[in-house]
Design a protein around this ligand. Structure first.
Ligand code: NOJ
Length: 488
């Protein structure tokens, strides 16, 4: 068969496939097509959506003995051999205390409009209460001035787990109600001092991670204080009381404050999106968050929670429940994954599905790959608790990053994760679910608590020996998303 024949056959079969003749020259057609493709793919976010990155004091600052900072429970704990992988500590971390200017430049290049960081309580009050350390305060003034000079809005967390050691020693940390009062004093003081620079405040980061994991029945985080069920329930109560007292103290001391929280609300997701499974997920999310989110958002503990605890239930007053549920301007949620449920004909009305062994996961053993969490958690927060304004205060990926010989980190796993999580977050905002901003965890690789420096969450690679920063491929990806305010 000759070439001509084959060509004719091809054209014949093509015409049976009803391929339309090109009306434009090829180059123009291709250009038009790519514009159309771009428009089609324009999964954009609302105007003014805050794109940010997140960090926390002990994980990045280092300089633990500098300028009068008092010790925190994480200094003590990380120095006890065997507490942290490879006995890593936060002594130096990313040396952010000295390098914040360089890091803010990297943020500016990235294009972020917000930066979430935390204040180390013991830099301000080295003993937890009483004596103020002006030099500690000055650091956060310098930091926030620099952010503002680069048009980056500071979002400040007041407590990200580094409790002053003095309060652990004096009151057994969060086991003591006095710690809640001390926290409110600290929060009010800092808000009064920094309100001209900081408008967005988050009281506390992730209750379960420092209460249940620090004071639980089987604790593994600082201060690793084993408790009975009764002690734990009271400790959880003290923590939400601290949150409520701090909300009031911030408002009393800072006129323009917008006050929120950064909580890792346990998500529930209907595996199948039908009304019966969605209704099941709504029931589940209330059950999964009984010690923290329910009292904060509903003003009371659920009957089910109190009944389950029986004689171990916390002691509280009606007045305290009012304080705990003080109105917030926004709810910040740290979202990495979610529990999956289906409707069931049982007392709860749902069944929790265990992750099969082959379920995709990142390098952290808890980090199941579930982009839909960025849609379902905000949606259920709105539908179940009528939350009117939300931020994703954390989301990100622990990956095994390697630098190539020519100095690149091609973290395609992180890019893949972010792209798919963003798609689901866009689905939420497109439906009018009030997610106002997103803070990627994390700007830099950093001290990942008991995992030390073995797990990297940054979009900027940190060589800890030299402190050299190298933006990863995910940094370029995020930069393009921010520039477009949409999927890139
Ligand atoms: C939650 C915590 O707030 C943060 O400190 C931690 O590093 C990330 N998640 C990743 O585990």
């Amino acid at each position: 068969m000759g070439t001509k024949m084959r060509r004719r056959d091809f054209l014949k079969s093509a015409s049976t496939l009803a391929v339309a003749p090109l009306a434009l020259p090829v180059s123009e057609a291709l250009a038009a097509q790519s514009t159309a493709a771009l428009q089609h793919a324009a999964l954009t976010f609302p105007k003014g959506f805050v794109w940010g990155t997140a960090t926390a004091s002990y994980q990045v600052e280092g300089a633990v003995k500098e300028d009068g900072r008092g010790p925190s429970i994480w200094d003590t704990f990380s120095h006890i051999p065997g507490s942290v992988d490879r006995n890593d500590t936060g002594d130096i971390a990313d040396d952010f205390y000295h390098r914040y200017k360089e890091d803010i430049q990297l943020m500016q290049r990235l294009g972020v409009t917000g930066f979430r960081f935390s204040i180390a309580w013991s830099r301000i009050f080295p003993d937890g209460t009483g004596r103020v350390n002006q030099k500690g305060l000055d650091f956060y003034k310098r930091l926030t001035d620099e952010l503002r000079a680069h048009d980056i809005e500071p979002f400040c967390t007041l407590f990200h787990w580094d409790l002053p050691q003095a309060l652990q020693d004096k009151y057994e940390g969060w086991r003591g109600r006095e710690t809640a009062k001390a926290f409110a004093e600290y929060a009010g003081f800092v808000a009064g001092q920094l309100h001209d620079r900081i408008h967005n405040w988050m009281t506390i980061n992730e209750f379960p991670s420092y209460i249940n994991s620090g004071y639980g029945e089987k604790p593994h985080n600082a201060p690793k204080m084993q408790s009975t069920r009764k002690q734990l329930a009271q400790t959880s109560h003290n923590a939400i009381l601290a949150h409520g007292l701090a909300v009031q103290a911030i408002r009393a001391n800072a006129k323009n404050a917008r006050v929120g929280i950064a909580q890792n609300t346990n998500g529930a997701m209907p595996v199948v999106e039908t009304p019966e499974h969605i209704a099941a997920a709504k029931k589940a999310i209330r059950h999964f968050n009984e010690p923290y989110d329910v009292p904060i958002l509903e003003g009371k503990y659920s009957d089910r929670y109190l009944k389950q605890l029986g004689g171990d239930a916390p002691q509280f007053t009606a007045e305290e429940m009012k304080i705990i549920s003080s109105p917030l301007d926004f709810y910040g949620v740290n979202i990495y994954s979610t529990i999956e449920v289906v409707a069931a004909d049982n007392e709860d009305g749902y069944l929790v599905l265990q992750h099969p062994k082959s379920y995709p996961k990142l390098v952290a053993d808890w980090l199941y790959y579930n982009p839909q969490s960025l849609y379902w958690i905000p949606r259920l927060m709105q539908e179940v608790w009528n939350v009117k304004e939300m931020y994703v205060t954390e989301n990100g990926c622990a990956a095994e990053d390697h630098m190539t010989e020519d100095g690149h980190v091609y973290d395609t796993d992180r890019v893949n994760l972010l792209r798919n999580y963003f798609t689901q977050m866009q689905r939420a905002t497109a439906e009018g679910i009030p997610v106002r901003g997103y803070f990627l965890w994390s700007l830099l690789d950093n001290f990942e608590w008991t995992r030390g420096y073995t797990q990297r969450f940054g979009i900027i690679y940190v060589d800890y020996a030299s402190q050299k920063r190298t933006p990863k491929l995910s940094y370029d990806f995020y930069q393009a998303v921010i520039a477009r305010n949409g999927l890139a």
